[in-house]
Ligand binder design. Structure first.
Ligand code: MGD
Ligand code: MGD
Ligand code: SF4
Ligand code: MO
Length: 757
């Protein structure tokens, strides 16, 4: 008999369209369909290539083959990896495609249609006043790009997404900083920036302190605001193994994500794949945005149950008394009133944490993408410290990162949030002068600055700046104020057709990770550096360029030989040497070309409670409980009878960020993109019905004809898919990290008027 505690209905109500387990046979069907299709041989070849998976930060694959994780365990590729590769090995966009399709036509493409156009395979430009993208020569590209970079440094910016290599990331930031600009906006600004900020304040580190090996020793995992069954599938194997060895898992999420209840993993074909393995021992469903209150509640219960580790707090932390006081001062009524989780469930969570020996606290976007995202992270880490769970084997704080190399971008210095002292000094020595003291624009600040006409030139290393931002109308308008925008990309996306510059928009087709003619490296969310071997592209007659080649050529034209011989750096071995000399913890990069030794970055994994803060202790910060209100319908320009809900904007099962691979989400029972997942109680309270069509109105726009889907989600909350939904709201911004509150968006929902004749 299972001892697992799950909330009673109506929270765990599901609709009949959804499967009983996450993962399971559909995963195998997907593998079979793709690997046995005409693209199969190419897919297999790529899967076996010695390079890291393109998709998520879990970081599977590398020198020991595509299927191995850093512990040398085999069969670690998931279906998401196949999905990502399959999108990259598509045929090229036909040579005359852009001649026959105007920009106006292209602006009507959905995300999925844009991706399905094929691989970008020749450079194009859209000139002011022209109706079509047209081919452009490399000479003209370099002339235009160099001229764009020669504008005054504070008017030049970059944006990047975490799929490119460490080498490209390092070169990008060196080129921009050598101009005297710190405008290095990055997708992490929209993602884990609150984790980076909070961990740096508390522990003087910016990343997870847990290694994969460490995770294998945990006897409890608290997974908050992360839908890992969709977004980090190989983490699920670790959770299954943890349950098998008698450990406990607490899941905290306003949505009952089926894969976090039970997951069928192909890695365990007999015992797990079909029946599914239990994941959550305890599943708590808080009100979106209330995690601080919930964690303060857990802290209160830990104190009441005698689990406060005072000895540890005294020896290894500062500021703990205020945290204890805060937990004691807030009443149970206040806490449960804010988070909506009953006291016995919070107490049960505290008992599980308090009686476990080694607890790992993991989290993702459900924690960071809130107006108080930094406080959310503080409250999780405070809970970990109160139980002595940071700085020991098998325990710690583990932000579950996004893109496959987003963490590497941070390590390489692609950030506008300030560098580690050591790295700043190393760069200043290299540049022979101080870095600019003008704070750079992060992603939101970049959009605001562009909107105000303060940006002349923007270079985008991957990503979809337009589609990833809230308020797409503003994003489009803002990008349109920039004179020159240069996109380096592997595939077309809606940003290339809607994020258009005032004068010139240039799209440069690049080789991806498994196609580059040179070696590259990436860093996983577990702080492990992977070496990717050289590869070949299937686009034989195409005119693509490696990112490193483009960046070094451009930098050479702008900077001459300052501060390095850029053209020499086209051999990425020399970039790795520079990285080894200037990036803290990356010393082993200097010799990786000879040794081929992939490595864990020095100083990141904490197995002893010794922190790099000035006092050597972890600093704890109090976390004000959030006041969670929702506007009135009229504040959103909606009819008075509208239902106001707090909307979670998230990923469907088959998408990678702004790129949609398939329109439905079978695990949540959402058949297409224009659906809203809500609790039946809410709908019925407002006189709405399942499959009814509604208008969903935010503070910046509305979506019409949206289909209601009933699901296992807290009453008062709803879920829709990004990027489509980004058109309806302008998000609140977390003040310390700049991250938008994508997970608590106030919306008004109302039935469409029935036109009578
Ligand atoms: N296949 C695939 N893999 C991916 C990605 C992808 O798009 N596709 N994207 C990559 C990137 S860049 C990232 S950042 C990660 C994203 O990985 P996730 O963070 O898992 O992605 P989201 O879809 O944003 O899901 C957030 C989860 O938080 C929950 N949540 C929302 N609000 C709250 C709240 O207030 N409190 C709590 N406790 N939970 C809440 C939601 O219900 C949802 O389950 O995945 C990475 N991996
Ligand atoms: N409403 C809402 N908005 C969100 C989020 C949310 O949860 N809700 N999540 C936010 C998060 S966590 C993130 S990380 C951002 C994601 O924001 P981005 O990282 O900007 O967007 P992606 O969709 O990942 O970018 C995909 C594009 O990258 C390009 N690309 C892929 N591989 C490569 C490569 O190797 N090199 C180059 N040069 N280009 C490549 C392709 O052109 C592809 O179309 O979105 C954010 N926006
Ligand atoms: S878990 Fe992430 S890194 Fe591992 S194979 Fe799947 S998508 Fe790739
Ligand atoms: Mo992300």
């Amino acid at each position: 008999m299972s001892q697992d505690i799950h909330p009673t209905p109506p929270f765990d109500e599901t609709n009949d369209q959804t499967p009983d387990i996450g993962g399971g046979l559909p995963v195998i069907e997907y593998w079979a369909k793709h690997t046995l299709s005409p693209e199969g041989p190419k897919l297999w070849k790529t899967l076996f290539h010695n390079s890291a998976c393109l998709s998520c930060s879990w970081g599977t694959g590398g020198q020991k083959g595509g299927f191995t994780n850093e512990e040398g365990e085999q069969l670690q590729r998931c279906m998401k990896s196949v999905e990502a590769i399959s999108a990259e090995i598509k045929p090229p966009i036909p040579a005359h495609f852009f001649d026959t399709h105007s920009i106006e036509e292209l602006q009507h493409l959905t995300s999925m249609e844009a991706d399905r156009l094929g691989r970008l395979s020749f450079p194009v430009i859209l000139r002011a006043g022209k109706s079509h993208y047209e081919r452009i020569s490399w000479d003209e590209i370099y002339d235009l790009a160099a001229e764009a970079l020669r504008k005054s440094p504070e008017r030049v910016a970059s944006y990047s997404s975490g799929r490119s290599s460490n080498e490209a990331a390092y070169l990008l930031q060196l080129m921009i900083r050598a101009l005297g600009s710190n405008n290095l906006a990055d997708c992490s600004d929209l993602c884990h920036a609150p984790s980076t900020f909070a961990l740096n304040q508390m522990f003087a580190t910016k990343t997870s302190v847990v290694s994969l090996e460490n995770l294998k020793h945990a006897d409890c995992v608290v997974l908050t605001g992360a839908n890992s069954a969709y977004n980090h599938p190989r983490l699920m194997n670790e959770l299954i193994k943890l349950r098998d060895r008698g450990g406990k898992i607490i899941v905290i999420n306003p949505v009952m994500e089926i894969g976090l209840v039970k997951f069928g993993s192909p890695a365990f074909p007999i015992k797990s794949l079909i029946p599914g393995s239990p994941i959550a021992s305890l599943y708590l469903l808080p009100i979106p945005g209330s995690d601080v209150a919930l964690f303060v509640g857990i802290q209160k219960a830990l104190i009441e149950q005698g689990f406060l580790n005072t000895e540890y707090l005294q020896a290894h932390t500062e500021g703990w008394e205020a945290i204890v006081e805060q937990a004691q001062a807030n009443s149970w009524e206040t806490i449960t009133g804010i988070c909506g989780v009953p006291q016995p469930e919070i107490e049960a969570a505290a008992t599980v944490i308090g009686t476990s020996e080694r607890v790992v606290f993991g989290w993702a976007m459900g924690i960071t993408q809130h107006a108080n995202g930094v406080d959310n992270v503080y409250s999780i880490a405070n809970t970990a410290l109160m139980t002595g769970n940071v700085g020991k084997e098998g325990a710690g704080v583990m932000p579950v990162r996004g893109h496959s190399n987003v963490q590497g971008f941070g390590s390489m210095g692609v950030t506008s949030h300030g560098l580690k002292q050591e790295m700043q000094q190393a760069l200043e020595t290299l540049l022979g002068r101080p870095l600019s003291r003008v704070k750079g624009y992060d992603t939101r600040a970049l959009i605001e600055a562009a909107d105000d006409g303060k940006i002349d030139s923007l270079i985008c290393l991957g990503g979809n700046l337009y589609g990833a931002n809230p308020d797409l109308t503003q994003a489009k308008h803002a990008i349109a104020q920039i004179e020159t925008v240069i996109y380096l990309a592997t595939k077309p996306n809606i940003g290339h057709f809607n994020g258009l510059a005032k004068h010139n928009t240039i799209i440069i087709p690049v080789l991806n990770r498994f196609e580059n003619p040179h070696k590259t490296t990436v860093e996983s969310g577990n702080n492990f550096v992977r070496l990717n071997d050289e590869g070949k592209t299937h686009l034989t007659d195409a005119d693509l360029i490696p990112e490193v080649e483009f960046l070094t050529e451009l930098a050479g034209r702008v900077h001459g030989e300052y501060p390095v011989n850029w053209r020499k750096l086209q051999d990425t071995k020399y970039v790795r040497q520079l990285i080894g000399e200037t990036v803290p913890g990356y010393e082993k990069m200097k010799t990786i070309d000879e040794t081929k030794e992939e490595f864990t970055i020095a100083g990141r994994i904490l197995t002893e409670p010794k922190f790099s803060t000035p006092s050597g202790k972890a600093l704890m910060f109090t976390t004000p409980l959030p006041t969670l209100t929702l506007p009135q319908p009229k504040d959103l320009n909606a009819p008075d009878h509208s239902l106001v809900l707090s909307l979670i904007t998230a990923r469907s099962y088959s998408q990678h960020n702004t790129v949609v691979y398939k329109i439905g989400d079978k695990y949540r029972g959402m058949p297409h993109r224009n659906c809203i997942l809500m609790n039946s109680l809410d709908a019925e309270r407002a006189g709405l019905q399942e499959h009814g069509r509604v208008t969903v109105q935010g503070n910046a726009g509305k979506l019409e004809h949206v289909e209601i889907i009933y699901g296992a989600i807290r009453p008062g909350a709803a879920l829709m898919f990004y990027p489509e939904v980004n058109v309806i709201f302008n998000a609140k911004i977390e003040a310390r990290s700049g991250t938008p509150a994508f997970k608590r968006v106030p919306i008004a929902v109302y039935a469409e008027a029935v036109v009578s004749v």
